[in-house]
Design a protein around this ligand. Structure first.
Ligand code: ZN
Length: 377
């Protein structure tokens, strides 16, 4: 009897603490989608479901048809299962390269994919040692990080269409919060049976060191930095971190470093194109930008204002990292704790910024301007 009691108590404890999977059926675009996963955030308007393949699905309550709790615990796919999932999403005949932290799936020249894998690992090492030296206790990603490398811009755009729409045709690469993948294409022109098929890793390295490749390369490093920030615990996917902050952080790491075999020297260098843009805008207008930058995420998304805004996001990040590192780290720590679907208001955003960097935004902005006008690209 006593044994039975303790057993049922154990069972009750298990049931109360079981990280059991949820089964959710919902309708989107006229289609029924059935998923099993773990609800990681809830809000009056909807939920976010984390599925075993590492994807995250924001689902509106109004889309949900059925929701049940299973008795089986939620489990993420193993590396082997994840590779199967990824290959099923790539064009037929695609292959993978596995490194310590990444799975690189590709349908292009293997040497190119190897070059990408090597670059990602070096960035990973640089990123990890940078934040560890700053005293951050980074998390190990829950699953291997996935990168997709398509053979050319067309097949890349075809894949990207579902998430980016027509914008997929005009970008070089992207990180998806939904899939958690970083997606790119072969910048050397792809395999496709052309003469570049025979390029070896050294030829690719030489090609990528050319000045005309630097901007494209910076974009890939930028996107891969987003992936690292979201998987190392600096940011949570779908949490409302100010956009200027995540973009500024990615730009801070984006300066390419193709030459060195050890370390990653691109961290925290002056970004020449961003600096030039900032200086040009600052000379043309003395209108304050900081108060709006802190709260207006759309201004970074709209084509008309994006370039100026990215340069300001970089400038503020550069200034804070170089001059107010401790305050920046404390601010970053607090931002990393924002939970998905619990969006701070604009006033709360400004207050949090002021809590760490002082209430006088005009004074701070003047210091940023002064520093930027004194820098050389
Ligand atoms: Zn970005």
């Amino acid at each position: 009897m006593r044994l039975w009691n303790s057993l049922s108590l154990l069972f009750a404890l298990f049931a109360a603490h079981c990280l059991c999977a949820d089964e959710i059926s919902f309708e989107r675009g006229g289609q029924r989608i059935d998923l099993k996963g773990e609800v990681i955030a809830t809000h009056e308007a909807g939920i976010i479901l984390h599925t075993p393949d590492g994807k995250m699905w924001p689902i509106q309550n109004t889309e949900i048809i059925e929701r049940t709790k299973t008795t089986a615990p939620f489990q993420l796919q193993t590396k082997e299962q994840l590779i199967e999932t990824v290959l099923a999403e790539m064009p037929p005949g695609s292959q993978v390269i596995e490194t310590s932290h990444y799975v690189v799936a590709y349908n292009t020249n293997r040497a190119y994919a190897q070059w990408v894998a090597g670059m990602l690992e070096r960035l990973h090492r640089g990123f990890t040692s940078y934040w560890t030296q700053r005293g951050f206790d980074l998390q190990e990603p829950q699953q291997p990080l996935v990168a997709l490398v398509f053979d050319n811009q067309d097949s890349f755009a075809q894949y990207g269409q579902a998430e980016l729409g027509s914008a997929a045709k005009s970008v070089i690469g992207f990180y998806s919060m939904h899939t958690n993948y970083v997606v790119m294409f072969d910048l050397t022109g792809g395999a496709g049976g052309n003469s570049r098929r025979s390029l070896g890793i050294r030829d690719i390295q030489r090609l990528m060191s050319r000045p005309d490749f630097q901007w494209s390369l910076a974009t890939i490093v930028h996107e891969a930095t987003h992936q690292l920030a979201f998987n190392a615990g600096l940011q949570k996917r779908y949490a409302d971190v100010p956009l200027w902050f995540s973009e500024g952080l990615a730009i801070y790491f984006e300066t390419p470093d193709v030459s060195s075999s050890r370390g990653w020297r691109g961290i925290g260098q002056v970004s020449a194109p961003r600096l030039q843009k900032f200086q040009q805008a600052a000379r043309e207008s003395s209108q304050p930008f900081l108060p709006d930058l802190l709260i207006n995420d759309d201004s970074l998304r709209k084509a008309a204002t994006a370039l100026d805004r990215y340069s300001q996001a970089w400038a503020v990040t550069y200034f804070l990292q170089k001059r107010k590192a401790e305050e920046y780290d404390a601010y970053l720590k607090e931002l990393s704790e924002i939970q998905p679907l619990h969006d701070p208001t604009a006033t709360e955003r400004v207050r949090l910024f002021q809590k760490h960097f002082g209430v006088d935004l005009t004074e701070l902005e003047n210091e940023v301007r002064q520093m930027m006008l004194g820098l050389r690209p």
